[in-house]
Design a protein around this ligand. Structure first.
Ligand SMILES: Cc1cc2nc3c(=O)[nH]c(=O)nc-3n(C[C@H](O)[C@H](O)[C@H](O)COP(=O)(O)OP(=O)(O)OC[C@H]3O[C@@H](n4cnc5c(N)ncnc54)[C@H](O)[C@@H]3O)c2cc1C
Length: 409
C-alpha cells in the first residue's frame, strides 16, 4: 500500500505530525508497536506553552491544574512559590496520547497498532517500511519513535545525543490527596547530577520521580526511595515503577536526511533545563507537517526547510536552556536562594512555562545578563573543575567566549 507519508510512533510528536499532514490533505499511515491506550514513562505535566500550541482543548484528560510549586534543595527544608496563573496541566500519558491519536484519526489518518517497524529501505523519492507481516511505501518517512527509537538508524541515519535517564513511581495517598498537593507540584534540586526530583499530583495519586545524566542510572532506585520517604511516603507502597531515557540534542543531531524527517525525542528535542519534551514534540510535529505538505505539493524540492525552521526557532531555545541547565547544576543552592529571596526568578519561570516569554527573548531583553550567562556557561565548558562540579562528563563545546573549532551549541 502506498501513502504520501508514513509516521512511525504515535506519541505526541507522531500523532501531531500525522494529524497535521492529514489536515493538509495528505494520505498518512501511522504505525506504532503498542496498542492504544498505552502508557509511557512520563510525569504527564503539560505546560501552558505546550497547551497553547494545540488547536483543541485537552480538558477531558486533565486531572489537576497546577499554579504553585514547592521547592526543596537536597531534600532539606523548602518553601512554596504561589501564583494565580495556570502553569501546568497534570494528565496521564495513556489518556493524553489517546486524545491526540483520536484527533489524528478524526483527520483521516490510517492507524496500524501492534506494528513494530523492523526494516526501512529507501531511494531519493520513495521509502519502504516493513513490519513483521506487511510492507508499506511512502514518499516521506517521519521517525517519531521516541528516545529508544530505531527508525532513523534503520534508515541509515546516525543519531547522536546527550542522554538523561529518569525513574518514576506512583503513590496513592490514604484518605485522598493531601491539601498541600491540591494545586502544587514539588521540585527537589541538587540531589542528582544533571537533573531533579519531582512530585506531580494527579487525580487520585502522586507521580514521584527523579532523573539526571545517564551515568546516575545505577543509583536512581535509591534516590527515588529517599525522595518518597522525604515527602512522607513509604517507598514500599510505590507502584508502577518505570525508567526511561530522555534525549538532549547535540549540535549535529540530525533533523532531516533526504526523505526522512525526525521529530520529538527521536530528534533529541527535550528541553535540558526542565526535561519538558511534549512542547517540542508538538512544535516539531507541526513544523514537519507544514514542510512535508509543501514538499509533496511540489512547492519545495526537499524537506530542508523543516531543518532550517527548527534550527532557527526551536534549537536556539534548547541551546540557551542547556546553558541555564549547566549553570544551575553548578550551584542549585544559589538558584534556590535567588528563587526564595527575589521575585525575578519565579516571575521568569512562570512566564516561560506559560509561553509568555522565550529563553531567546530573555537573553535579548537582558543583554548584560545574557552575556554573563554565555560567558559563565562557556567557562564551565572549558574548565574541568567546574565541569565536575556541575556533573558534566561530556560538555558541549563553548560557543561565544571560548570558541574552538566550529562549535555551535
Ligand atoms: C520519567 C520521564 C518524565 C517525563 N516527564 C515529562 C513531563 O512531565 N512533561 C513533558 O513535557 N515531558 C516529560 N518527559 C519527556 C516526554 O515524555 C517525551 O519528551 C515525549 O514523550 C516525547 O514524545 P515522542 O512522541 O517524541 O515519543 P514517545 O512519546 O516516546 O512515543 C514514541 C512512540 O513510538 C513507538 N515506537 C517506538 N519504536 C517503534 C517501532 N520500531 N515501531 C513502531 N512504533 C515504535 C512507541 O511505542 C511510542 O508510542 C518525561 C520523560 C521521562 C522519561
Amino acid at each position: 500500500m502506498r501513502f504520501d507519508v508514513i509516521v512511525v510512533g504515535a506519541g505526541p510528536a507522531g500523532s501531531t505530525t500525522a494529524r497535521e499532514c492529514a489536515e493538509r490533505g495528505l494520505s498518512v499511515l501511522l504505525l506504532d508497536k503498542a496498542e492504544f491506550p498505552r502508557d509511557k514513562p512520563c510525569g504527564g505535566g503539560i505546560t501552558v506553552r505546550a497547551l497553547r500550541l494545540l488547536p483543541f482543548s485537552i480538558e477531558s484528560v486533565v486531572e489537576r491544574v497546577i499554579t504553585d510549586v514547592y521547592l526543596t534543595h537536597k531534600q532539606g527544608s523548602g518553601f512554596s512559590r504561589r501564583s494565580d496563573d495556570h502553569l501546568v496541566s497534570m494528565t496521564q500519558r495513556r489518556n493524553f496520547d489517546m486524545l491526540l491519536l483520536e484527533k489524528a484519526l478524526e483527520a483521516g489518518v490510517t492507524l496500524k497498532e501492534r506494528a513494530t517497524v523492523r526494516h526501512v529501505s529507501r531511494d531519493a523519492t520513495s521509502v519502504d517500511i516493513s513490519t513483521d507481516d506487511e510492507t508499506f511505501t511512502a514518499s516521506v518517512l517521519v521517525a517519531a519513535d521516541g528516545a529508544n527509537g530505531k527508525t532513523a538508524q534503520m534508515s541509515g541515519i546516525e543519531q547522536n545525543f546527550w542522554q538523561q535517564i529518569a525513574l518514576e513511581g506512583n503513590i496513592t495517598p490514604l484518605g485522598g490527596m493531601p491539601e498541600e498537593w491540591q494545586t502544587c507540584f514539588g521540585l527537589d534540586v541538587g540531589s542528582v547530577p544533571g537533573g531533579y526530583g519531582w512530585v506531580f499530583p494527579k487525580g487520585d495519586h502522586l507521580n514521584v520521580g527523579i532523573g539526571g545524566w545517564r551515568y546516575v542510572g545505577p543509583g536512581l532506585r535509591n534516590s527515588l526511595n529517599n525522595l518518597a520517604k522525604f515527602h512522607g511516603f513509604e517507598s514500599e507502597n510505590m507502584w508502577g515503577l518505570r525508567g526511561h531515557y530522555l534525549t538532549i540534542r547535540k549540535p549535529d543531531s540530525p533533523l532531516v536526511d533526504g526523505n526522512v524527517a525526525l521529530v520529538g525525542d527521536a530528534a533529541g528535542l527535550v528541553d535540558p533545563m526542565s526535561d519538558e519534551g511534549i512542547y517540542s514534540s508538538i512544535w516539531s510535529g507541526q513544523t514537519a507537517a507544514r514542510n512535508i505538505a509543501d514538499y509533496i505539493g511540489g512547492e519545495t524540492a526537499d524537506l530542508l526547510n523543516y531543518k532550517r525552521e527548527i534550527e532557527s526557532e526551536l534549537v536556539p531555545e534548547l541551546n540557551i536552556s542547556l546553558r541555564f541547565h549547566d549553570l544551575f547544576q553548578l550551584n542549585p543552592g544559589l538558584y534556590m536562594w535567588a528563587e526564595k529571596h527575589t521575585s525575578l526568578v519565579w516571575a521568569l519561570a512562570r512566564r516561560i512555562l506559560r509561553g509568555d516569554q522565550t529563553y531567546v527573548n530573555v537573553m535579548l531583553t537582558h543583554k548584560a545578563t545574557g552575556n554573563l550567562i554565555d560567558f559563565l556557561s562557556d567557562l564551565v565548558r572549558v574548565t574541568p573543575f567546574l565541569q565536575r562540579r556541575s556533573g558534566l562528563r561530556d560538555p558541549a563545546l563553548p560557543q561565544r567566549f571560548f570558541v574552538r573549532g566550529n562549535a555551535q551549541t
